[in-house]
Design a protein around this ligand. Sequence first.
Ligand code: GLN
Length: 194
Amino acid sequence: MVGHMRVGILALQGAFREHAQTLGRLGVETRLVRRPAELEEIEALVIPGGESTTIGRLLFEFSLVDKLLAKAKEGLPVFGTCAGMVLMAREIEGIEQRTLGLMDITVRRNAFGRQVESFEADLQIPVLGDKPFRGVFIRAPFVTRVGAGVEVLAEFEGKPVLVRQGKLLACAFHPELTNDLRLHRYFLEEVAKA
Ligand code: GLN
């Protein structure tokens, strides 16, 4: 149990149900977010994986961007996974694609190349302890530049795949597709309460 907290999950497209299940197992209340007003009712937000171009387009169409940026500025903790990481990045390498620009990072989309579009790998994530974390990578991005205020919490083959900037956390893989609750717990207990 991580204590009482209401966590929103952006539910425009992608793996939002899986995040809701994972967070439910941690005993927190979840709320699917599709409208600006719903951002007022939550104490943290998860942006799931999926297709960043689609989620990004719907964010603008559903008029969620201004409110989301305002809440983040007020200190709303945000955890982005895969496409969520892409949307949180300030820049995407080589592409003009609108993002939320919350984190001072540059990402490369579909960065692990065609032959290995999807794979799993054991990751060492020191903030989660010694036991490796199974990283499920699905057409995943990686980070190619980190700004001064950004901590790299895990790398895979020398590429940052888990980064933190204050109350913002982003990973290139899909923790909601494993039974390992440690990264969601870390977000709620350490990042959100920082
Ligand atoms: N390749 C996708 C994108 O850039 C992300 C894939 C995912 O979220 N699993 O939008």
